[in-house]
Design a protein around this ligand. Structure first.
Ligand code: C2E
Ligand code: CA
Ligand code: CA
Length: 687
């Protein structure tokens, strides 16, 4: 094929059949367009578009590649006028061209002719192109660089003596060969090689470019590795100059990568010097990053360590060493079973999980508290599989968080919750809440236990179903009055219990108001007061019976309280005899005093000698004593008083009871009798 092909190619060059195609170079972190690689195409009149793999080697063999590059660059520089100035253009330089000492001069002339700044030009040199006359190639490369262009090492990783080129050439970029990139997500070796090249490029301060990025998964992986730019079908195939405006229109709108959030702590990277609008780099320099990480590692209030695949401590932070009460050095290089022999069994399943790449649940564990003897502290241990850049488990990252305080709070909370539940259960009161319109919103479970009416049936006005019909109206009246005014509710009504019995209940409620004073909610309780209610009724009944007896007896009775003798009860007979009302709070001593003041036998003004006071103070029964009582109208009458103390169940005097009898008639009869007797005696003794 050679001869006719060579003349065909020469003809093609004369007719400008070799045209540049442009393939986008995109920043992985932001999705922003950074430039294009120029890829040659032969628009053959008969064969259609011919691949460079077919005609580049031919051009090299026939010495036409200088011409080819020259014609291509002229077109490119003209097309570049339609490409924004911050975008770079990468052009491939072949093996033989690097032996042509006039190459830099030709490139410069073409650029100057088109007014294209050489700083926008990136020259891609393949490793194999350096194979032959290395020294001359290096000289040419240096000259190209001195003219202001950037140099990229293409197809890195496919040739040999690559590392030497890294050292001898003034490189700016490293292009990872597509063969590693394309197979990254299914070949471990490719991932490792890609990771190593990115690491190498980063550590030498070179921009790393991945070729052959076909999927987002690979783009994400490359971004994670720290690769800078991507090129490949994911971002666009090489397009002819006519299609450039369309590509620019789409690509100039940044589309961030799928998984990674933009980093905010980035610093400027000197490698993006061509354009001040270039975005920030993901990380600082590796050494700074490492120092930062170390400081964070030791400073966090969480115990951290890293175990390798043999479960040996590779690193331990200060906090964890403190928790273990062992120096950091006592951990390193030793297996965790040696360091913490007591916990080997406990940790085993968790470590196993992590080694298999599974996240496990957290382990809770207690260690002795170093600051308080005899006490323990509780820690939560988390085991995370640690993976390398290419997602393989290389060890276990363990974090140990002190949760003692949280535990204590939890415990206290659960205790008080228990306590609360207990109190509520034992409490005879059934709490409930109601809306401002009186509809019940919630009621304690006890309600259902008592009434058999389920909670859902009781809400709203459902509870009225178990209310006694006789109590319905007064209850609703009281409730609606409270709802209207916001005044506290306190009512009694009967409720049918689940066994059919009626129980007297007492309902009380108060409002909670909002800041503007509106009623937000009613909080209330219902309490079974049936026993209380019955007892009260019984009491009322026996009180009435007692009162009836009091009223019927022909003796005056006055009952008074200790210690001051305040009257709490008296019967009509007492009032008849004393000719005064003995209504509370008359103090009985007052009218006792009235009577004794005229008693010739009693010494005046000695209240302790009044029968009631004496009975209360001494606890003894006093009397009966006889008094002549004078009345306001000047009349007088004999009465007899006897007083007895009343004891409470504890044996203490709680009051006294006074029995009053009208003995005036008897007394006067007796006087008459004794008068008669003495008259008789006188008469009898007189001769
Ligand atoms: P290269 O420099 O490694 O160019 C990248 C090649 O990968 C291009 O092939 C490009 O079309 C292709 N490619 C880009 N993205 C993807 C992708 O996602 N998947 C796959 N499978 N391939 C992708 P192309 O254009 O056929 O170029 C082949 C080679 O021809 C280039 O490899 C370069 O070495 C050479 N070449 C192209 N143009 C020129 C030129 O003007 N001068 C010289 N000296 N060599 C050239
Ligand atoms: Ca290339
Ligand atoms: Ca390449």
């Amino acid at each position: 094929m050679a001869a006719e092909d060579a003349s065909d190619l020469r003809r093609a060059l004369e007719h400008n059949e070799i045209v540049p195609y442009f393939q986008p170079l995109v920043e992985l972190r932001t999705g922003l367009l950074r430039g294009f690689e120029v890829l040659a195409r032969w628009r053959h009149p008969l064969r259609g578009v011919v691949s460079p793999d077919e005609f580049i080697p031919l051009a090299e063999r026939t010495g036409l590649n200088g011409l080819l590059t020259g014609s291509l660059l002229r077109t490119v520089f003209i097309n570049a006028r339609d490409i924004p100035a911050h975008l770079t253009l990468s052009v491939n330089i072949s093996l033989t061209q690097l032996t042509d000492l006039t190459l830099p001069k030709h490139i410069r002339a073409a650029a100057e002719h088109a007014g294209f700044p050489l700083s926008r030009l990136v020259l891609e040199i393949t490793e194999s192109s350096l194979l032959g006359n290395t020294e001359q190639a290096i000289r040419i490369a240096q000259e190209l660089k001195e003219q202001g262009s950037r140099l990229a090492l293409d197809d890195f990783g496919t040739g040999y003596s690559s590392l030497r080129h890294l050292q001898s050439l003034p490189l700016d970029e490293l292009k990872i060969d597509a063969t590693f990139v394309r197979s990254m997500n299914h070949t471990r070796e490719s991932r490792k090689i890609a990771a190593a090249i990115v690491g190498l490029g980063n550590s030498l301060g070179l921009l790393t470019v991945a070729e052959g990025v076909e999927t987002q998964a690979i783009a994400d992986m490359l971004l994670w590795l720290g690769c800078d730019l991507g090129q490949g079908w994911l971002y666009g195939r090489p397009v002819p100059p006519e299609e450039l405006p369309a590509v620019l229109a789409i690509r100039m709108r940044a589309s961030p990568p799928s998984t990674m959030a933009p980093d905010t702590r980035a610093t400027a990277d000197p490698r993006f010097t061509a354009d001040p609008t270039m975005p920030m780099r993901l990380e600082a320099l590796p050494t700074q990053r490492l120092a930062q990480l170390h400081a964070i590692y030791d400073g966090v209030p969480v115990g951290l360590c890293f175990l390798d695949l043999n479960l040996r401590y590779v690193s331990v932070n200060k906090r964890l060493a403190e928790i273990h009460q062992l120096p950091v050095a006592a951990h390193l290089g030793r297996s965790f079973a040696e360091v913490l022999p007591g916990q080997a069994l406990l940790w085993e399943p968790y470590l196993h999980c992590a080694l298999n790449g599974e996240a496990s649940t957290d382990l809770e564990i207690c260690y002795p508290d170093p600051s308080r003897l005899g006490r323990t502290r509780t820690y939560l241990i988390n085991f995370q599989p640690a993976r390398d850049e290419v997602d393989e488990v290389i060890g276990i990252s363990v974090s140990v968080v002190d949760i003692t305080r949280r535990k204590q709070i939890e415990q206290a909370l659960s205790e008080s919750e228990d306590h609360y539940r207990h109190t509520v259960e034992l409490n005879p009161e059934v709490p409930w809440t109601a809306a401002p319109n009186g509809m019940i919103l919630d009621v304690s479970n006890r309600w259902e236990k008592l009434t058999g009416l389920s909670k859902s049936d009781s809400l709203g006005d459902g509870w009225l179903k178990v209310l006694h019909t006789d109590d319905l109206e007064p209850t609703l009246n009281a409730w609606s009055a409270s709802l209207r005014t916001g005044a506290p509710l306190d009512i009694k009504y009967r409720i049918r219990w689940r066994n059919g019995d009626w129980h007297w209940m007492r309902a009380r409620a108060a409002v909670r108001r909002g800041e503007d004073g509106t009623i937000l909610r009613w909080y209330g309780t219902v309490e079974d007061i049936d026993d209380h209610h019955k007892a009260e009724e019984a009491l009322r009944r026996s009180e009435a019976r007692l009162q009836a007896i009091f009223n019927a007896v022909p003796i005056g009775i006055v009952i008074a309280e200790a210690p001051d003798g305040r009257v709490i009860m008296s019967n009509p007979r007492a009032e008849t005899i004393l000719r005064t009302t003995v209504a509370p709070p008359t103090v009985i001593d007052d009218y006792c005093r009235d009577s004794h003041a005229y008693d010739p036998d009693a010494p005046p003004d000695k209240p302790e000698e009044h029968p009631l006071a004496t009975a209360i103070m001494s606890g003894r029964t006093i009397g009966p004593k006889e008094y002549l009582r004078y009345y306001i109208d000047g009349s007088s009458s004999w009465i007899s008083l006897s007083a007895a103390p009343v004891f409470d169940p504890d044996g203490k005097v709680s009051g006294g009871v006074v029995a009053i009898q009208d003995i005036d008639e008897d007394k006067r009869k007796m006087e008459r009798l004794s008068e008669l007797n003495s008259v008789l005696r006188i008469k009898l003794t007189k001769p």
